[in-house]
Design a protein around this ligand. Structure first.
Ligand SMILES: [Zn+2]
Length: 158
């Protein structure tokens, strides 16, 4: 679907029904109509809610913040507008993990990234070394550093 001032309602209806099908297969609860979808898309103001890139006139996708595979609901509140690149990269990742990735790579904190970091009480500068570490030794060191800091409610699980 292309983001434009006049959103194509037929395309939106098609997209809504494709999402519904996927949600049904995943056993997710909730309902997102074409109108809810349109409202969500307009709220994004034509920007990827993850990385903030401009999507006016470009392909947009809808991403379940908490993926359906992780038990996320198929609701407007759990849907964000994403560029295809972010949607691909995030896939089934935990939203907090992806928020840290985006934030540490680009330094950009979109409203969504800021909201997710706050919600899961993670701080990019503290959490990043945990999954940037490649060797076991680096992982242990990063874990020790994180341990020395105040305990965090979210623990990287993947
Ligand atoms: Zn993006």
């Amino acid at each position: 679907m292309i983001y434009q001032d006049q959103l194509d309602f037929a395309a939106m209806r098609q997209y809504a029904s494709a999402l519904k099908e996927r949600a049904k297969l995943a056993g997710a609860t909730g309902e997102v109509s074409a109108i809810m979808l349109r409202d969500r898309i307009l709220e994004s103001s034509g920007r990827c809610e993850w990385c903030g890139c401009n999507l006016v006139g470009a392909e947009i996708e809808l991403d379940h913040v908490v993926s359906l595979a992780r038990g996320g609901g198929h609701t407007p509140a759990n849907l964000v507008v994403a560029c295809p690149d972010c949607n691909r990269r995030k896939a089934q990742k935990h939203p907090a993990r992806f928020a840290v990735e985006i934030c540490s790579e680009s330094g950009i904190r979109t409203n969504l990234v800021a909201k997710i970091l706050a919600q899961y009480q993670v701080e990019a500068s503290r959490q990043l070394p945990l999954f940037a570490a490649t060797s076991d030794r680096q992982k242990r060191e990063a874990a020790d550093l994180a341990e020395a800091a105040k305990p965090l409610p979210y623990r990287w699980e993947d």
